[in-house]
Design a binder for this molecule. Structure first.
Ligand code: SF4
Length: 353
């Protein structure tokens, strides 16, 4: 009843998929847009972040920076503030630097995968998505979602991290892509993965292409995709100095131009597991001697990054000399781009007596 390995009727596959997409696809704000700028911003925001989280940030961002020229003329600080809470701030910095490059070229956006790859912050997945949606180039944006769908559809039994497996799935999808329909085809596959072909308990009864699916035909939906050994995410500990002046303002320092929070403002912090270990390192950050305030509670928050998880323990301390660097701000309203864990610590101290 089911084809064993091949999708025999390419045209029928695309027709079923695209007609399902036009009826059941997600109504996302960037899908109403045709201008490359708006689509590009959405694809950058969607890196590592779910669509429903992105929507309010996207709408606010496009209101503040409606064109690539407006973005290029803004300050990096202003852009980072609009990104605050979305995380992975390197995306915002790259978007900003790419905007200045595009504005310098008279607002001309790339016309193919290769051109998109030349912009900062654009890897193979995003370049393929943009080339498909903006330029209608025949390309497949192969992220984890599409890999899972492809692995099940084509009955792929190898571990998905292997480059030859990714190439095989990409080639199979390219064979099914109707020329000129790359944008809708990619977005339909993305939605199929997000709404129907779920990581656990795929909804095969609702799947528009179930008659072509090898995994379903063989009852292997739960076994495919085959995953490699899971990596254990390491844990790191940081000690944070909560320093106030007599007016109740808090000292924030600007992070250097490299690193996860480059250009953002944080409480002074260092990697250490105790105050004793942290103090000399923190004194190097603040530029003055520090003394722990006894009797005032510390606050802790945790955060998960892509490659590690972290605990931040903020300790109230006195700076025993005038601050040589940083900026004094109101803790409840710093008016600077502050990453989420440090913002949480500021709030914790604002709420505690
Ligand atoms: Fe995924 Fe099931 Fe559709 Fe196959 S039939 S693609 S396993 S949802």
């Amino acid at each position: 009843m089911y084809p064993s390995k091949e999708v025999h009727n390419q045209g029928e596959f695309a027709r079923l998929l695209l007609s399902w997409f036009s009826r059941h696809g997600r109504k996302l704000p960037w899908r109403k847009r045709r201008d490359p700028y708006a689509i590009w911003v959405s694809e950058i925001m969607l890196q590592q972040t779910r669509a429903e989280v992105v929507i309010p940030y996207y709408e606010r961002f496009l209101k503040a920076f409606p064109t690539v020229q407006a973005l290029a003329q803004a300050s990096l600080d202003a852009v980072l503030r609009f990104w605050e809470g979305l995380g992975y701030y390197a995306r915002a910095r790259n978007l900003y630097h790419a905007a200045t490059e595009i504005a310098r070229r008279g607002g001309r956006f790339p016309s193919d995968v290769r051109g998109w790859r030349e912009l900062p912050g654009i890897g193979p997945y995003t370049a393929a998505a943009l080339a498909a949606i903006v330029n209608r180039q025949n390309a497949i944006a192969l992220d984890a979602n599409l890999l899972r769908v492809g692995a099940r559809l084509f009955g792929e039994r190898q571990v998905l991290s292997a480059p030859e497996v990714r190439r095989r799935i990409e080639r199979r999808f390219l064979e099914l892509l109707p020329p000129g329909e790359a944008g809708a085809f990619n977005q339909a596959l993305m939605d199929l993965g997000a709404l129907v072909c779920l990581p656990k308990n795929p909804r095969c009864q609702a799947c528009p292409v179930r008659k072509f699916c090898v995994a379903r035909a063989r009852g292997l939906q739960e076994e495919i995709p085959v995953r490699g050994a899971r990596r254990i995410r390491p844990h790191r500990e940081f000690i944070v100095a909560f320093i106030q002046d007599v007016r109740g303002r808090v000292l924030l320092v600007r992070q250097p131009d490299r690193g996860i929070w480059s250009g953002m403002w944080t409480l002074p912090y260092v990697e250490a597991s105790s105050w004793r270990e942290a103090r000399p390192k923190l004194e190097a950050v603040t530029g003055g001697p520090l003394r722990r305030i006894s009797g005032r509670p510390s606050h802790t928050t945790t955060h998960t990054f892509t490659h590690f998880s972290a605990t931040y323990t903020a300790i109230p301390v006195l700076l025993m000399a005038p601050a040589r660097r940083g900026r004094w701000v109101r803790p409840e309203q710093p008016n600077l781009a502050v990453p989420a864990p440090h913002r949480k610590l500021l709030q914790a101290f604002s709420c505690s007596p």
